[in-house]
Design a protein around this ligand. Structure first.
Ligand SMILES: [Zn+2]
Length: 109
């Protein structure tokens, strides 16, 4: 089944915008904790480890989305980067940035 590149490009760009927004929000909070307008928020911001874990998670996700967009551009989107088999459309729908088929992803986890 051919990949609907335009659809995935849209989904990936949407996800990219979302994660960029998230990274910016985390950044701003981490840099400017004095602007916290509630005690709850301040407590949350006090946990620098959580903030940086969230940020690196989002940054990692962004990198995956970017490489998925590059694969779309190159015409090999939807092909497992490890074994070269097609990634199931079910998996791509659930996680468009997937670089590997389910089998390879499970082997590596
Ligand atoms: Zn594979």
């Amino acid at each position: 089944m051919p990949i609907d590149a335009n659809r995935y490009r849209e989904v990936l760009l949407d996800a990219k915008a979302e994660f960029e927004k998230r990274v910016n929000t985390i950044h701003n909070h981490a840099r400017d904790p004095l602007n916290a307008d509630s005690a709850e928020q301040a407590a949350e911001l006090g946990n620098v480890e959580v903030v940086s874990a969230l940020e690196s998670e989002a940054v990692l996700e962004l990198a995956e989305i970017d490489s998925a967009l590059q694969r779309l551009q190159a015409g090999n989107f939807g092909i497992c980067t490890t074994c070269g088999e097609d990634i199931s459309s079910k998996r791509l729908t659930a996680r468009p940035a997937s670089a590997e088929c389910l089998d390879c992803a499970e082997l590596n986890s």
